[in-house]
Design a protein around this ligand. Sequence first.
Ligand SMILES: Cc1cc2nc3c(=O)[nH]c(=O)nc-3n(C[C@H](O)[C@H](O)[C@H](O)COP(=O)(O)O)c2cc1C
Length: 358
Amino acid sequence: MAWHRTRFAARFGLDVPIVQAPMAGGMVGPALVGAVSDAGGLGSLAFGMTAPDAIGAEVAKVLAATNRPFAANVFLHEPGVPTADQLARSAAFLAPIRAELGLPPQGSEAPGPSHRVADQVAAVLEAAPPVVSFAFGAPSADVMAACRRRGILTIATATTPEEARHLEALGVDAICAQGAEAGGHRGTFLHPFEAGMIGTLALVRACVDAVDVPVIAAGGIMDGRSIAAALLLGAEGVQLGTAFLLCPEATTAKPYRRALAAGGPTAVTRAISGRPARGIENRIIAEGRAVEADLPPYPVQNELTKAIRAAAAAQDQPAFLSLWAGQGVGLIRDGVKAGDLVARLAVETEAALLGALR
Ligand SMILES: Cc1cc2nc3c(=O)[nH]c(=O)nc-3n(C[C@H](O)[C@H](O)[C@H](O)COP(=O)(O)O)c2cc1C
């Protein structure tokens, strides 16, 4: 059965049209990415939160480890500027959490972004990975031209059919349609985030109609049955994040691993980073609910919770961590090597498609 020979797989040189989602925040490194790409899928490095001068070496490690295609992912947001009220609200919200973790009270200064988006993008282009993927925005004409000059293929994330059309007009090679079930940050960039909370089933179908370039389905996909469903909707690839977080090659922290293995429920919150993101419900999400609508925007709130998340990780305490995960987390497999997971997903997809045809 030739289900895996989609336009996306052919254009990107993949044996199976399965993308390991980029996951910024220290869960994904060259070992995981190399294993997925060696298995015939597309591994993705995540540089949305990486210092520009660290990017080249990470890309070089994967280039040395595999001759298969892989992606490097960057964020394209405009850094938000907080009001004094938002900063005061954030300080009041986080003060008891800091105290509980034994951290000193936070200063009154608004922290600037750790890294400039333009510098991260420049470092990725310089490193020239086979594929670059973008989230939280649309690449400029200059960035698209630079990718073409270097022979870099591009993927960009859409959460509405309008965003998909916008990205297609810029010339991206594939569009990742991120449904509301997805773990991690919402990619919405043309609308308020609520307008981008469309379920994967409805979004993928609408995007396939809206654009001619291949659509990659993302959000809540954990096994071959869901991959088969996405393909039946017209997707030519799938992108899975949560499903890879418990692979031995992932660098997911211990308390995060325990929370993933225990499963959901998940919720979308702005309380941790200032940008809506889906994670396993914990105390920081629950306690942030009353104030999250008016906390500082991304990346300021993310900077303000950094010390809290570091202390929580050091204290093996999941209550105040970002436990990003999609709604399918209950189906996560623990301890399966990334290459084996790609192979199993392919076998399951074929079985599901054959079953559907019977
Ligand atoms: C822990 C985590 C971190 C993520 N970080 C990124 C990122 O850095 N860049 C990006 O484009 N998408 C990121 N995402 C979103 C994924 O690209 C994708 O949309 C999502 O994982 C799909 O849903 P699933 O987790 O249910 O498979 C992240 C997702 C998770 C779970």
